[in-house]
Design a protein around this ligand. Structure first.
Ligand code: PLP
Length: 375
């Protein structure tokens, strides 16, 4: 790459506009159809998307809801545990995972993570279980599915329900197992920047459990399946028709976009291999869907600033691990209790990755990173 090209390259962290441009006619048609039918909340477009997403996930039921956070809250509430139940949650996730436990009347028990793949450390989790623990919530972080065979064995051993937080992992697989196959339910987010993103908030729950599906359908709509027949108190957590219609269009592209994400990740791997940095750790046995491409760097903040000066936007997922957030000060969590996340939260760096990213942009990121590391 010559100097002029490099200087003119700008690499955003994600590029939702590029994606929109590639499908804008179909999106406009889909929105127009909803407007023509005034099918704004629930209705035909939502049920059609639910059927399509059920086919995509292989689950018997999919319930569209208003966000990935509500998907977690409603799933946990549908389990009807007594207040004060405990749920094991990985210490590195977005706060939605633990917040949902609290909103459902429980307490999150934070679990340190595997230093290589950032997913739940089940040996650590075993130390957390008490007589009140009812749930384990693996998060398929960055698009990489947790070892669900091991999670299932763990859950069976301690008699726990498994809810998968697949907000970042649409279509991920591990050793022949898809998201939602070995758990009571899996939850998804359609936040715009997710692998399958709406044009606003949206989420879904997939399950093969008929009774759970029925409870969740009730809870998302003020406790009623039929209008005004409120069997319990619930929430207003329905999916919008416009979001559902947009998601139906975008679902048709998800397989291609996932392949593009994987190809971009492969280009990063090739370009960064020589730099001796911890890169995403994955094996032949899994299908990582690369919501994020996360590396670790000792002097992360300096490197990040230099990348920014070179026109490259990066992210940190997450700058403060859950146990150390102000929101959990009440738990009095100490760094020594979470050695892996405590160290890694100052090192994690998410590089730009989205389906439309170009090879020369990735190579520019890699070259800029090499320069930032060895000025
Ligand atoms: C791991 C994880 N869980 C849950 C959520 C919550 O999803 P939403 O933003 O759709 O409420 C997100 C998304 O931000 C997430 O990344």
């Amino acid at each position: 790459m010559n100097q002029a090209t490099a200087a003119s390259l700008r690499v955003p962290f994600v590029d939702l506009h590029a994606q929109h441009l590639s499908i804008q006619d179909e999106i406009r048609e889909a929105i127009d159809a909803v407007l023509a039918d005034s099918a704004f909340i629930g209705g035909h477009y939502v049920s059609r998307f639910e059927e399509q997403f059920a086919a995509f996930t292989g689950a018997r039921h999919v319930m569209g809801v208003s966000s990935g956070t509500d998907a977690l809250i409603l799933s946990l509430m549908s389990l009807e545990f007594k207040r004060g139940f405990e749920a094991i949650v990985p210490a590195n996730s977005f706060i939605a995972t633990s917040e949902a436990v609290t909103h459902a009347g429980g307490t999150p028990l934070f679990c340190d993570v595997d230093p290589d793949n950032y997913l739940l450390d089940l040996d650590y989790a075993a130390q957390l279980v008490t007589s009140r623990t009812r749930v384990i919530l693996p998060v398929h972080l960055y698009g990489q599915m947790a070892d669900m065979h091991q999670v299932r064995l763990f859950a069976d051993k301690y008699d726990l329900v498994v809810i998968e937080d697949a907000a970042q992992a649409h279509g991920a697989r591990y050793q022949g197992i898809g998201v939602g196959e070995l758990s009571a339910a899996a939850t998804y987010s359609f936040f715009p920047a997710k692998n399958l993103g709406a044009y606003g908030d949206g989420g879904a729950i997939s399950t093969n459990d008929d009774a759970l599906a029925e409870k969740i359908r009730r809870l998302r709509n003020h406790g009623a399946i039929q209008k005004y027949n409120h069997e319990v108190e619930g929430f207003n957590s329905r999916m919008d028709g416009i979001q559902a219609a947009i998601l139906s269009v975008k679902l048709g592209y998800l397989a291609t976009w996932t392949r593009q994400r994987q190809a971009a990740a492969a280009t990063y791997h090739q370009s960064l291999e020589k730099m001796d940095l911890p890169l995403p750790h994955t094996t032949e046995l899994e299908r990582h869907v690369y919501h994020l491409y996360v590396i670790r760097i000792n002097n992360r903040d300096t490197v990040r600033r230099k990348l920014s000066e070179a026109g490259i936007s990066t992210g940190i997922h997450y700058p403060v691990a859950l146990p150390f957030l102000e929101a959990y000060r009440r738990q009095g969590n100490q760094p020594e209790a979470f050695p892996v996340v405590y160290r890694q939260m100052t090192e994690l760096l998410s590089l730009p990755l989205y389906p439309e990213i170009q090879r020369d942009q990735i190579e520019y990121v890699a070259a800029s990173l090499a320069k930032a590391l060895n000025p």
